[in-house]
Write a protein that binds this ligand. Structure first.
Ligand code: FES
Ligand code: FES
Length: 162
């Protein structure tokens, strides 16, 4: 199979990979780089478990050719915590039971990370709309909304103390 060398920037680090023309970003992350946080939850682009940020925008890594991602900044769930410390949303997820089986959690984390980056005080409706492209079969979603609210409050407290 034809492969090309490509430089990918992921979570602030550069990787050079030999990538097949038809290799999806999700597979490149999981197989080539052992970044298995992003999940394949469906085969019809409907679950959001594979969500990563491309230049800060949530996108489905199961629909992107890896070769098309050269020169873009890719953020995966492995890049959510800074220097090994859990981010506010990760802590809140644990406290509020936002994850049960956890399969959907990486995709939700990435969507929530984007939401908090563009809107530090989202309304309930805005949270629900932002999360509408991520599916969870376990939680019933209410714990996730609670976790997000707790994370927002935690971040606002930190910012107010600065
Ligand atoms: S794996 Fe389901 S949307 Fe990508
Ligand atoms: S926690 Fe199981 S699918 Fe969401």
């Amino acid at each position: 199979m034809n492969k090309q060398l490509i430089a990918l920037s992921i979570n602030g680090c550069s990787y050079e990979l030999a990538i097949a023309d038809n290799e999806l970003l999700l597979d490149a992350l999981r197989r080539n780089l052992q970044m298995t946080g992003s999940k394949r939850g469906c085969d019809d682009s409907s679950c959001g478990a594979c969500t990563v940020l491309i230049d800060g925008i949530p996108m489905l890594s199961c629909t992107l050719l890896a070769l098309a991602c050269g020169g873009r900044e890719i953020t995966t769930v492995e890049g959510v915590s800074a220097r090994g410390a859990l981010a506010a949303i990760q802590k809140a997820y644990g406290q509020w039971g936002g994850a049960q089986c956890g399969f959907c959690t990486p995709g939700f984390m990435m969507t929530l990370k984007h939401l908090l980056a563009v809107n530090r005080n989202p309304t309930e409706q805005q949270i629900r709309e932002a999360l509408s492209s991520n599916l969870c079969r376990c939680t019933g979603y209410s714990q996730m909304y609670q976790a997000l609210k707790a994370a927002i409050e935690a971040e606002q407290t930190v910012m107010a103390a600065r």
